[in-house]
Design a protein around this ligand. Structure first.
Ligand code: SF4
Length: 294
């Protein structure tokens, strides 16, 4: 990880309330992400710290070194209702620094000890390191993992997610999690118009995800907001100059218009119909608690 400046911080609180999402709480053990995906919508969180969300997003990473201890304190409160927590909403909780800091692991342990259900989203195979604690959490409260795979084309993945493990390795991660009883989904996200939105690419990811044992496959089309827009257009100008004009027309706001998203949704629905879910057994939480997938 040459060229990465690591800033260790002591956080006052780690479980954050969330509005307008299907979950009420989130945890992000890091700020910034080594993976530097060109489409990353979370880049704007660097702006909140007056940091550059383009070049510094992947090279100045903030680490909440006391996160496991703070989470343990937060979930131990009598007022904590043990509601579902989403981990990794604006960072990858298994980016390379997690190998050294083990914050996500410590957080999962605290959640399991206090029977708090959780789901996490990642692009990293490092998540399998924590299969033991994920299985324990799945048993006591509920746990799920969402692995993001935008394409099965390794060369294209390298272009848009420069430091993420190749798609085949992520699919093996899905397989390992599913065969260990962890409820795992694949996020075909984001779908990039003109780049990863072909029927072939969408079907290829859905087929591979189903083959690996994903219980659920979901998708979303690219969302372009302030700093992400800048980073993404820089990528387009360099790698796909022929698409710049059509993107400028389509992305006058943050979201692509329905003339762009509707055909993508239709291709996705067709792929889901073509490759239906294969029934598998997953670890069910003891007792009545249920969790929803991230
Ligand atoms: S892995 Fe996730 S958080 Fe990290 S840069 Fe990529 S999209 Fe952003």
């Amino acid at each position: 990880m040459r060229g990465v400046e690591v800033v260790e911080q002591a956080a006052k609180s780690v479980i954050n309330p969330v509005k307008g999402m299907p979950f009420a709480w989130s945890i992000n053990p890091y700020r910034g992400c080594y993976h530097q995906c060109v489409f990353c919508y979370a880049r704007r969180t660097h702006w909140f710290l007056d940091e550059d969300g383009i070049d510094r997003w992947g090279s100045r990473i903030f680490v909440k070194v006391n996160a496991p201890a703070v989470v343990r304190r937060e979930v131990a409160r009598r007022s904590w209702k043990r509601e579902y927590v989403a981990i990794g909403t604006v960072t990858d909780p298994y980016q390379p620094l997690e190998g050294r800091y083990r914050l996500t692991r410590g957080i999962l342990e605290a959640l399991a000890d206090f029977e708090t259900p959780a789901g996490l989203i990642t692009r990293s195979p490092l998540v399998v390191r924590d299969l033991d604690v994920l299985a324990r959490l799945a048993r006591v409260a509920g746990a799920s993992v969402s692995v993001s795979i935008a394409t099965t084309d390794a060369a294209l993945a390298r272009q848009i997610e420069p430091t993420v493990a190749p798609p085949a390795q992520r699919l093996r991660t899905v397989e390992t999690l599913a065969s260990s009883g962890i409820r795992v989904s694949v996020a075909l996200a984001p779908i990039l118009p003109g780049i990863t939105d072909s029927a072939e690419n969408i079907a290829s990811v859905v087929r591979a995800a189903r083959g690996a044992g994903a219980a659920h496959v979901w998708h979303s089309t690219l969302y372009l907001h302030d700093v992400t827009r800048e980073a993404y257009f820089a990528y387009l100008r360099e790698r796909h100059p022929e698409l710049v004009e059509s993107y400028e027309r389509a992305y006058r706001g943050k979201y692509a218009p329905s003339r762009v998203t509707r055909p993508i949704d239709q291709r996705f629905d067709a792929a889901i119909r073509a490759y239906p879910k294969v029934a598998r057994d997953f670890i069910a939480p003891n007792g009545p608690r249920q969790i929803s997938l991230l």
